[in-house]
Unconditional design. Structure first.
Length: 220
């Protein structure tokens, strides 16, 4: 699988989200962090803003829901906002298999995220219901944090399961991804890379996307 780069709008100007999307036309996905100030100690954007964003860009939206009660709130991001991939947190989901079914029925890919301190093993079987696994490489809630390399064994184990045929999914990493850390993440087996500051704080965001993709391609 070719590496995919998903610029995170968390590092963009929230007053100019349409312009931020337009600044990275070569992106594979556009990462949208939805936070409710309950599951994580931050409040960002919700469904109405994602719907407006969907109307302003053709890029596939990668919605990462850092929220309580994703069983209730996740499906509308597929049904009403047309998200390409909707990711919920294993730590917050009451019935993760049902969420995956609902998301897929609505036409979206279903993603499951785990925090840095959450082990992978308890979720390996239910990941058969999912299309993406998002391994957080920082604590969820805020951008600009330092990459946590200690989580990479989870990426390696997920990649081993994919290559053995036990799982069929994309492995995504989110947090602290830049031109230095993307190498280790790609070598560990990730194939979708969320990058915020490394893209939106660059002089040319779209060139930064290309550089990250090329680094990941060489490393993987």
């Amino acid at each position: 699988m070719q590496p995919r780069i998903a610029p995170s709008l968390l590092s963009a100007d929230f007053a100019r989200l349409a312009e931020a999307a337009a600044a990275v036309p070569s992106s594979d996905w556009l990462h949208v962090d939805v936070m409710d100030n309950h599951f994580v100690p931050n409040l960002t954007i919700g469904l109405p803003v994602v719907q407006a964003l969907r109307a302003s860009t053709d890029l596939p939206l990668d919605c990462h829901l850092m929220i309580d009660d994703p069983d209730r709130w996740a499906p509308p991001y597929a049904e009403e906002a047309g998200a390409h991939n909707v990711t919920v947190h294993a730590e917050a989901a009451a019935d993760p298999v049902m969420i995956a079914r609902d998301l897929r029925a609505a036409g979206a890919l279903a993603g499951l995220a785990i925090k840095p301190g959450t082990p992978l093993e308890p979720y390996l079987e239910l990941l058969r219901s999912y299309d993406t696994l998002l391994v957080m490489t920082v604590e969820p809630g805020f951008g600009g944090q330092e990459f946590i390399a200690d989580v990479l064994p989870k990426v390696r184990e997920a990649r081993r399961r994919v290559e053995s045929g036990h799982l069929t999914l994309a492995i995504e990493v989110d947090g602290g991804i830049n031109t230095d850390t993307i190498l280790a993440a790609a070598e560990a087996g990730a194939d979708v890379f969320v990058a915020g500051s490394a893209v939106y704080h660059a002089d040319d965001p779209d060139r930064a996307v290309g550089e990250l993709r090329e680094l990941a391609r060489k490393a993987s």
